[in-house]
Design a protein around this ligand. Structure first.
Ligand code: ATP
Ligand code: MG
Length: 533
């Protein structure tokens, strides 16, 4: 290596944000804040309270809550072992001893899972390592090929390495790919079934999925998520039709109100080209029969389908309906539709949801191909698209998921919710110019001279207290330069403070747009500006 390249390598390295993540910068963050503030306000008017959740949870929660055979869980999660870090390397003959010692200590202190399985694994590891240690003693110093017991040496070593790999070094955790499972976990853990029902919660924050980054698709993205959870009363569980039909009407009203809420938010934000699509995907009673019907129909046209859809005939025929492949569209159009195969209850519920939406003036389209592949999703599903997003045009997805809380170890509970993709919502607002003026400064204080500086600091404090955005330069500048700076920052006014102004008590206020100057007394300044800004 030449000296030149050696020097180059010493240069501090430049870091970049991880692929699929990005910085949100001002002034764009002002738009993010406006969106979130509007969500806080609108959701509060519907009686929703904010929940703040951990960003990581047990992997198992997502595997159950999102579904083990979904893309999200099978390949998109950021998972890691939450245990002691920097453990000695157990696959190295010289450090495996230190590894065993550290693991034994960590187990004793409860830093790694205290399970029966782990206790057994550690005992086996200790024994295997003892055998290896004994074998090491027997070897002459320095290895020579062909030493008779080398084989035994390595077999004891690899058996210790094997048991080291069996020991659980911590809990399997994942960054959350979505919020619904966590909300259900929190509902159960905090006994929220004892609160007045239903419980209405929302949360705003980042989600993580290891997808291929593109416009509107990131690995760290943001969701605005809302969920309504309601403990199922005993009378309802009894399944009597009179009670059941009342319940169906109530569920339909809840579904429609949740949809109305997100549409209200989009309306307040003036999101353009909003289209709501709804569907019913039946329930445990009627969906399995429909899925079989669909599978049979798909098998008849199997040869004409692409490899993905062919595979899904077996694994999850509903997802074939999701296909965007041009060549499959004609075939899919002729497949049986779930609306024609809903059971009496699901049909009644779906009709009630549509009626409820109409009563609320919410415009929808029906899309029989809108499905969710997970067992506990039932009846209502919906998706909202907006303008300016290309093929990633879904800004919100939602649905009913009665039974999920039970699946996560809680009491019988109904649920409905949605998740808004905040990144896409912002993109769409930007594309249609609904971003409002970016934040400039109200007042730039151009000061010159020590005496003026003291006055300038006092003026800045009073103006900020009155709520104005003030830029106070930290060093003296010539007035010309100061005014140029004020212009660059988009200030509306420049307050000019020099020796003359301080002595006379008459301050100069310059309107930057037209260069108009006025003389004002300090005591009149705030009132005067309030009238203009
Ligand atoms: P898509 O079909 O676009 O992948 P999805 O079905 O995976 O969406 P959901 O899990 O229902 O989406 O999440 C709700 C919303 O979150 C989506 O409608 C979308 O706006 C947003 N979203 C999902 N994944 C991403 C991502 N990787 N980057 C940005 N936004 C996302
Ligand atoms: Mg996706």
């Amino acid at each position: 290596m030449s000296e030149g390249t050696a020097k180059k390598e010493e240069k501090p390295r430049k870091f970049q944000a991880i692929r699929g993540t990005r910085d949100l910068l001002p002034p764009e963050t002002a738009l993010w804040n406006r969106v979130e503030q509007t969500a806080h306000e609108v959701f509060a008017t519907f009686g929703f309270g904010e929940i703040r959740l951990p960003l990581f949870e047990e992997t198992e929660l997502f595997a159950r809550g999102v579904g083990g055979d979904t893309d999200i869980v099978s390949k998109e999660m950021y998972s890691f072992v939450d245990g002691p870090s920097n453990l000695p390397d157990p696959t190295d003959q010289f450090t495996i001893g230190a590894f065993v010692e550290t693991i034994v200590q960590a187990y004793r202190k409860g830093e790694i899972p205290k399970t029966d399985a782990n206790s057994t694994a550690i005992e086996m590891l200790k024994k295997a390592f003892a055998d290896f240690a004994e074998e090491t003693q027997r070897q002459p110093r320095g290895f020579v090929q062909g030493v008779p017991d080398l084989q035994k040496y390595f077999s004891t070593f690899y058996s210790a390495v094997y048991f080291a790999s069996v020991v659980s070094r911590g809990e399997a955790v994942s960054l959350r790919p979505e919020a619904t499972a966590s909300v259900c976990r929190a509902y159960i853990e905090n006994n929220m079934q004892q609160l007045p029902q239903p419980v209405k919660l929302y949360c705003i924050g980042p989600m993580f999925r290891r997808e291929r980054p593109q416009k509107g698709r990131y690995r760290q993205f943001y969701q605005i998520d809302a969920e309504v959870l309601e403990a199922v009363r005993k009378e309802v569980a009894s399944g009597e039709w009179r009670v059941a039909s009342k319940e169906l009407a109530k569920d339909a009203a809840v579904d429609a109100e949740v949809i109305e809420m997100v549409m209200t938010l989009f309306d307040k934000l003036e999101l353009q080209g909003v289209q709501l699509a709804i569907n019913s995907i039946g329930d445990r009673n009627c969906r399995p029969m429909y899925v079989e019907l669909l599978r049979a129909a798909l098998l008849k046209v199997k040869d004409k389908l692409g490899p993905d859809s062919q595979r899904r005939i077996e694994t999850n025929p509903l997802r074939v309906l999701d296909s965007k492949l041009e060549s499959e569209q004609g075939i899919i159009a002729k497949l049986p539709r779930i609306a024609d195969h809903l059971c009496e209850e699901c049909a009644a519920h779906y009709a009630a949801v549509k009626h409820q939406l109409e009563m609320r003036g919410v415009i929808y389209r029906e899309n029989w191909r809108l499905v969710r592949g997970l067992d506990y999703y039932m009846r209502t599903t919906f998706e909202i698209t907006a303008k300016g997003l290309g093929s990633q045009n879904a800004v919100c997805g939602g649905g009913r998921y009665d039974g999920l809380v039970e699946l996560l170890g809680g009491p019988p509970t109904k649920g409905i919710g949605f998740a808004i993709g905040e990144d896409r919502l912002i993109l769409s607002l930007q594309e249609s110019g609904k971003t409002k003026a970016e934040q400039g400064r109200d007042i730039y204080i151009a000061w010159m001279g020590e005496k003026a500086y003291t006055t300038a600091i006092r003026a800045a404090k009073n103006l900020r207290n009155a709520g104005f955005t003030v830029e106070l330069p930290p060093v003296e500048q010539k007035f010309g330069k100061a005014l140029g700076q004020a212009d660059k920052l988009g200030a509306r006014f420049a307050l000019i403070l020099g020796d003359n102004e301080v002595t006379s008590g008459e301050w100069t206020l310059k309107t930057l747009a037209d260069g108009k100057q006025e003389k004002l007394r300090e005591s009149d300044l705030v009132e005067h500006l309030k009238k203009q800004l």
